[in-house]
Design a protein around this ligand. Structure first.
Ligand SMILES: Nc1nc2c(ncn2[C@@H]2O[C@H](COP(=O)(O)OP(=O)(O)OP(=O)(O)O)[C@@H](O)[C@H]2O)c(=O)[nH]1
Ligand SMILES: [Mg+2]
Length: 647
């Protein structure tokens, strides 16, 4: 399947899933089975599903052909080269290409001066007035080109200004920007660009991230610490005419090699193979030369041979624009596209599928348990009334007294539960406070003060290390809170199951492992990019502190915010079913007693009540069957997600 086809299949799958969730929500509301918690959960899931995005990032030393490759793979339909691509440094700022239907086609640019302020790109996204906006007409290649050419703009600023924006200055041009004769340095005009482009793939949630060459990458840690790790696939580009240079290796080592978990999303492209078609060599000779180069690349980067793709982006673009099938074949672009899509989309399906499975199954289980309890309750009443038939008043009164006794006992158990519930609430609050934003804000404030007060780099490093240690500690302590909560709940569940025959499964587990992994990855990236003697010695203390906050602390707080949200959801999910079952059981005992009272009062009441109960039982059976259908529909879609892709 082509990239476009694969992608449409994925978004069809996603919308069918969203559809099932919408229908489920409607059904729950209609049947009076939705509580506010499950409704909110369904809405959130639905929103997440439709807002879901898939990011492919292109990373390389400058001039390897990243932008040209993006043009060839995604934008050949425009009939022209839309992203600027030329010799030397071209793309000067990280450029996201996506589509938001709420906006006109345009390019939005964040001025480079914003780097001097202590605010991340992520935060600036919330302030549209800080961005410059230029619209274009997607039907006219020339207007697109002129708008998009702005990603290459630069400007000259004083050394002080450059330093304030976090650029390193080096008169030799080795480890920083070299000032010109007048003492000014040239910096990118923009810090970040977002291109809003109505392209079919982008409409479906694809986001392309084009990055500038080496030095500019190093200068914006947010790119390396947050944008790249979040990408679902990263394409690393080399050029056949340059081979694997030292700076290529630097980029590879710093930005791609690590982050073990996502290693499957790495693709290495050896671009510009058309340089080998010199017209003198026979095609077989060219092919074997390409194979030889692929081999060298694979060995140098220590990646499997089948992760390296030799292409010609430029000829691929030309071939598509001019409709030259032979040239397209020679450019080998199609193979790369195919791998990109067959790699990307199934992985994404799995991730999204797991998300939906976790949340939707919780809701379904809760409703099923409730319906099961009601169904069993109706059957129990039916059996009881059948036994009453033809019995005398004394027997019936005896049965009624017995139920009254049961009711009393159960009320006492519920009372005991309410007493324990305050302990549960205390533990829950402790857990949420550990993960919550107040504690995180306090830790961040402490760290900032200590960093600014530190006199030596040793003190700075120790403070940053302490910050990480604090994060790990908070997660470990949360884990033991969770264990304690679970132990308590399990004991409680068991008691109601054994003593009062309530139908409750084991409470689901929750673990902080996921967040622990994220923090560990963040720490690893931090050690690689910021916590190096060079960065610490060359960067001014205040600048380093700001960088640490912009990148590490922002990310860590984001992770804790997710952990707190998930923990809250879990607490609801473990406490909710028990409370529902308690209410159901209370109602059931009351109904049984009412049944007997009514039978005792009026002669015809028994048959009428039996008929009513049969009706209730039948209705519950229908509800259970309908619920099972939703479960099957979701499972069906999720099954597809778990299967490997058909290429
Ligand atoms: N011969 C040949 N030249 C190519 C090919 N792909 C790109 N180029 C040329 O290589 C130069 C750099 O291409 P860009 O697309 O600007 O490279 P980039 O990686 O985006 O570079 P920066 O934006 O500076 O980081 C341009 O002159 C392109 O025309 C190719 O497949 N073959
Ligand atoms: Mg470029």
């Amino acid at each position: 399947m082509s990239l476009v086809q694969q992608f449409s299949a994925y978004s069809d799958w996603r919308s069918s899933l969203a559809d099932t969730l919408t229908r489920l929500g409607g059904w729950l509301a209609e049947q009076d089975l939705a509580d506010t918690a499950s409704r909110a959960q369904l809405d959130a899931l639905h929103e997440r599903l439709l807002g879901d995005r898939l990011t492919v990032a292109f990373v390389a030393e400058f001039s390897r052909g990243k932008s040209e490759l993006i043009n060839a793979i995604f934008f050949a339909d425009c009939g022209a080269r839309v992203l600027p691509s030329s010799a030397g440094r071209t793309t000067m700022c990280p450029t996201e290409i996506l589509f938001d239907p709420a906006k006109l086609p345009c390019i939005e640019l964040l001025p480079i001066e914003t780097r001097a302020a202590n605010t991340t790109i992520a935060e600036y996204r919330r302030y549209p007035d800080q961005w410059r906006r230029f619209t274009f007409d997607p039907g006219f290649a020339a207007t697109i080109q002129s708008a998009l050419s702005r990603v290459g703009e630069r400007k000259a600023v004083s050394r002080q200004d450059a330093r304030r924006m976090g650029f390193a200055i080096d008169p030799n041009g080795q480890s920083g920007l070299a000032p010109d004769a007048g003492g000014r340095v040239e910096v990118p005009a923009w810090r970040h660009a977002v291109i809003n482009f109505p392209h079919p793939l982008l409409r479906q949630g694809l986001v392309i991230l084009d990055t500038p060459g080496l030095n500019a990458i190093g200068a914006e840690p947010e790119l390396t610490l947050s944008l790249l790790p979040a990408a679902h696939a990263v394409v690393f580009v080399l050029a056949a005419d340059a081979g694997v240079t030292r700076t290529d290796l630097d980029v590879w080592r710093d930005h791609l090699r690590a982050a073990g978990e996502q290693a499957h999303g790495r693709i290495v492209v050896l671009n510009k193979i058309d340089g080998l078609w010199d017209g003198l060599r026979a095609p077989e000779e060219v092919d074997s030369e390409i194979d030889r180069q692929i081999d060298i690349v694979a060995r140098t980067l220590a990646v499997p041979l089948d992760r390296v793709f030799a292409v010609s982006a430029q000829k691929g673009l030309l071939a598509k624009v001019s409709g030259d099938a032979q040239l397209l074949e020679r450019s080998r672009i199609a193979r790369l596209e195919q791998v990109l899509s067959s790699e990307l989309l199934p992985a994404k399906r799995r991730i999204v599928g797991e998300d939906v499975r976790r949340d939707a199954e919780g809701i379904l289980r809760e409703v099923r348990e409730l319906l099961d309890a009601r169904h069993a309750g109706a059957a129990e009443q039916l059996a009881e009334l059948a036994r009453v038939r033809g019995r005398n008043r004394d027997v019936i009164e005896y049965m009624a007294r017995k139920i009254a006794l049961d009711r009393k006992e159960f009320e006492q158990a519920v009372h005991r539960y309410h007493a324990v519930r305050s302990v549960f609430a205390g533990l829950s609050n402790r857990l949420l406070a550990r993960l919550g934003s107040d504690a995180q804000r306090a830790a961040a404030r402490r760290t900032r003060e200590e960093m600014l007060a530190a006199t030596f780099s040793i003190g700075l490093r120790a403070t940053m290390a302490r910050y990480f240690a604090g994060l790990h500690e908070a997660l470990a302590a949360s884990e033991s809170d969770i264990d304690e909560i679970l132990r308590m709940l399990k004991a409680m569940y068991r008691r109601f199951v054994v003593e009062h025959a309530l139908k409750l499964g084991e409470p689901p587990r929750f673990s902080t492992r996921r967040y622990e992994q994220r923090i560990a990855r963040l720490e690893e990236a931090f050690n690689r990019h910021l916590n190096r003697p060079v960065s610490i010695l060359t960067m001014e203390k205040r600048a380093l502190t700001e960088k640490f906050f912009e990148t590490v602390v922002t990310q860590a707080r984001g992770t804790f915010a997710i952990a707190a949200r998930d923990a809250e959801g879990w607490l609801r999910a473990v406490a909710g079913p028990l409370e529902t079952q308690l209410r159901e059981h209370q109602a059931q005992l009351r109904r049984r007693q009412e049944n007997l009272d009514r039978v005792n009062e009026a002669a015809g009441a028994l048959e009428a009540r039996l008929a009513e109960l049969r009706e209730t039982e039948a209705r519950l059976a229908v509800q259970l069957a309908e619920l099972a259908e939703f479960g099957a529909a979701l499972n069906g879609s999720l099954q597809v997600a778990a299967e490997p892709a058909a290429a």
